[in-house]
Design a protein around this ligand. Structure first.
Ligand code: BGC
Length: 741
């Protein structure tokens, strides 16, 4: 409908109906079940609240969506359709690797294209808005949600992926394609103190703006229709009640015109935070902060209309919020077609189809990061194939699709064992579990959710001793042992914070026993965060970081292990030497005492018992080829406001197989009005080269690239001296000086 027609519709709405548009309930509330005992009772909503609610959380399935919409509309006075929102995070039924893996592709273009396919698959099953991407900057690997973040520790990389993901999801939005993207969790959630889930975030405004905000801003600039608040505080005000953050920065400075939704029950949590005495006050704080939609609580439904009548909240605030929700519904064409693209036949046609399976496999191939290789990889699968034992709790597990792939169609995902069978034949290798992912004490740390998730899964009746004996007997017969090890899925993700970032101890023990047999060992890791691998590295001839590689994970691992694919993934987070190094990241600030510069070995920035940097740096990864950068040159040594310079370097594949490298550009501002990072990523380029091929790669360095939040909190550049660096990781770089005039 036209904007005027939409206005006319809104003018017919009662205050309660307008408030209703700001309420999001869980699917169970609409099931027509018993109000006194069902999900509605849990949050205290009435039938009227349900009949007026504007959106629904996590209900998908084309027929179910259509049926729920019909039932809802039949009870709705003005027939304003429900908006169906869901967590479609890194795929719908066909899944890409978890976002930490996606980031390691350093290929936002591939992800943009891939997320268009995700949107199409999810929309055909009824999704209209996805709560994705999550783009919280993360520098503390203790935090569980690092697994969800494509940009890892870097704001520039995070911004590139944020934009690509939003563009992918929303491709064709308004023209009957795509799903609306809700970027989250605004803002700063990745900086929770101590990596502790839901904890306080407190930092300088400069740092917040400089490092943490850019990925969200990039998502908003790319057109994200919605933003979700984060659970944490920002400057001691919870994000969900933070008017400065939502109204001044997001809406005012960035011009965001879409809807803001809370994270799960976050308005109610304002009471726990101690900034609201009760639900009424919590509702007032949130609407005053221009938060439009209350996810999963009764706070808005029960209080907003009263607050307006009492003169404590203006009706204009409710109108503005309601208008934003209606505008999105109208943009999606819901007033003409309330089902959007929900279509069971179409869903059946495209779900997990060949195009999608090929796309997720290509991305998974490129997401794997080879951390170590003494030459054991790639494995031969032909005539001279070694005898292989495939061992470990993830050797034959579909859990490698990852925890947030809640809608993954596991029928299409292959385990590593299944992929090896395609390669070597069913009897061409041995396979054994070796040990469980966690022992009993480890499982106990995960709480009841672990048992809930495992419900229905077959239970292995064998004792740990029996499992180990079987695996070791198999390993003894093999030339090469491939060990599939990792964290439990619930050891990362929401509420998956850890203090000990090592692999579960009985898995390391299994590896040790295999190593003692004198076998060549390849470790494939499944996990959601950088791990401390100090125990693992000396025992393994090769280590492949697979993250949670998604639907095609098993095949992608076979692709890389058997050399069909030359690994090209590069880390987006520094791998630590010790868990106690967190937070750890390459872009540290210059300090007054430089690392390792004092002859006494003391009184320098760092630790007595650990190095200042990690085991594997940001940007790092190996391939089956080798490569080098030479002839680094700048086209001039002065940048001015209207005259950029070019930085160029020759990349050569010095190996004997074709492969890809990520050439990375870093800059350092040598003297600033505030202390500047020692290195900042400012450009990258993924280049495919034949064996022996050389290619000149160049980057433009302009004045804009040199801007930062200056001492007076204005954003701009400062004339002076800089260093440009290029490298194939953030540690080993070539440097050249230039200045800005
Ligand atoms: C998470 C969000 C998610 C929401 C809805 C919350 O617990 O923090 O990332 O989108 O639930 O499921």
């Amino acid at each position: 409908m036209t904007s005027d027609e939409l206005r006319a519709l809104m003018s017919q709405m009662t205050l309660e109906e307008k408030v209703g548009q700001l309420v999001q309930l869980d699917g169970g509330c609409f099931g027509g079940g018993d109000l006194a005992t069902g999900p509605a009772a849990k949050i205290g909503v009435t039938q009227d609240d349900i009949d007026r609610a504007g959106s629904v959380l996590n209900v998908l399935g084309a027929d179910q969506v259509r049926e729920m919409q019909d039932r809802y509309l039949s009870r709705s006075r003005l027939r304003v359709p429900l908006l169906f929102m869901a967590d479609v995070i890194y795929g719908y039924q066909t899944c890409y690797p978890s976002p930490i893996g996606i980031g390691c592709t350093w290929d936002p273009d591939a992800i943009r294209a891939g997320y268009t396919l995700v949107a199409e698959e999810a929309a055909a099953d009824g999704c209209m808005v996805t709560f994705s991407p999550a783009v919280d900057l993360v520098r503390d690997a203790r935090w569980g949600r690092v697994v969800e973040m494509p940009g890892g520790e870097d704001p520039y990389l995070g911004a590139r992926f944020a934009a690509a993901m939003v563009e992918g999801f929303q491709d064709g939005l308004g023209e009957g394609r795509g799903v609306a993207s809700c970027v989250k969790h605004f803002a700063g959630y990745g900086a929770v103190e101590g990596g502790r889930e839901y904890n306080t975030v407190d930092m300088s405004e400069r740092r917040f703006r400089q490092d943490y905000l850019p990925p969200y801003k990039a998502a908003v600039d790319a057109g994200a229709r919605m933003v979700m608040t984060s659970f944490n505080t920002v400057d001691e005000v919870p994000a969900t009640a933070n008017k400065w953050l939502m109204d001044d920065v997001l809406r005012g400075e960035w011009g965001f015109e879409g809807s803001i939704i809370t994270d799960y029950a976050a308005i109610l949590e304002l009471i726990n935070h101690g900034v609201a005495a009760d639900e009424r006050q919590a509702a007032k704080l949130a609407i005053d902060a221009t938060v439009d939609i209350d996810m999963k609580t009764n706070c808005y439904a029960a209080n907003l209309a009263d607050l307006v009548r009492a003169g404590e909240v203006s009706e204009a605030a409710v109108d503005a919020a309601c208008w934003r929700v209606l505008t999105l519904k109208n943009e999606l064409g819901l007033f003409e077609n309330p089902y959007y693209q929900a279509d069971a036949l179409r869903a059946a046609e495209i779900t997990c189809n060949e195009e999608r399976l090929a796309s997720v496999r290509a991305v998974a191939d490129n997401a794997l990061v080879l951390l170590k290789n003494d030459g054991v990889l790639p494995l031969d699968s032909g005539e001279d194939a070694p005898r292989i034992a495939l061992i470990g709790p993830y050797a034959d597990s579909k859990d490698i699709v990852g925890m947030w792939a809640i809608h993954a169609n596991r029928a299409y995902s292959h385990t590593v064992r299944e992929a090896f069978s395609e390669e070597l034949g069913e009897d061409g290798f041995g396979c054994a579990k070796g040990c469980p992912v966690l022992d009993e004490a480890g499982m106990a740390t995960l709480g009841e959710f672990a048992a809930y998730l495992a419900k229905g899964a077959p239970v292995d009746p064998r004792t740990p001793e029996e499992l180990e004996a079987e695996a070791l007997a198999m390993a003894a017969e093999a030339d090469v042992v491939v060990l599939c090890l990792g964290e439990h899925q619930l050891q990362s993700g929401e509420a998956g914070a850890r203090t000990d970032l090592t692999l579960p101890h009985q898995q390391v023990e299994l590896l040790r026993r295999v190593h003692e047999l004198g076998k060549r060992t390849v470790v494939v890791l499944f996990n959601g965060r950088p791990l401390v691998l100090e125990d693992v590295l000396p025992l393994a001839d090769a280590v492949v970081e697979a993250w949670w590689p998604g639907t095609a994970g098993g095949n992608a691992i076979a692709d890389v292990l058997f050399g069909r694919v030359n690994p090209s993934g590069r880390l987006t987070m520094t791998f630590p030497v010790s868990s106690a190094q967190a937070p750890l990241y390459y872009g540290q600030f210059a300090t007054g005492r430089l690392a390792g510069k004092n002859h006494t070995g003391r009184f320098v920035t760092g630790y007595l018992d650990a190095p200042i940097d990690g085991r594997f740096p940001f940007g790092y990864g190996l391939s089956y080829h080798t490569a080098e950068l030479t002839d680094f040159a700048l086209s001039g040594d002065v940048v001015t406001a209207d005259a950029p310079i070019e930085a160029s370097v020759t990349l050569t594949n010095t190996g004997d197989v074709a492969g890809s490298e990520v050439v990375q550009l870093y800059l350092r501002d040598l003297v600033g009005s505030v202390v500047r990072p020692v290195k900042e990523l400012k450009g990258f380029c993924k280049v495919a080269l034949e064996a022996g091929e050389s290619r000149r790669v160049s980057f433009t360095i302009d004045e804009e690239l040199l801007r930062f939040w200056r001492r007076d909190m204005t954003f701009g550049s400062e004339p002076g001296d800089f260093v440009a660096m290029v490298g194939l990781n953030s540690r080993d770089v070539l440097e050249l000086p230039f200045s800005l005039r």
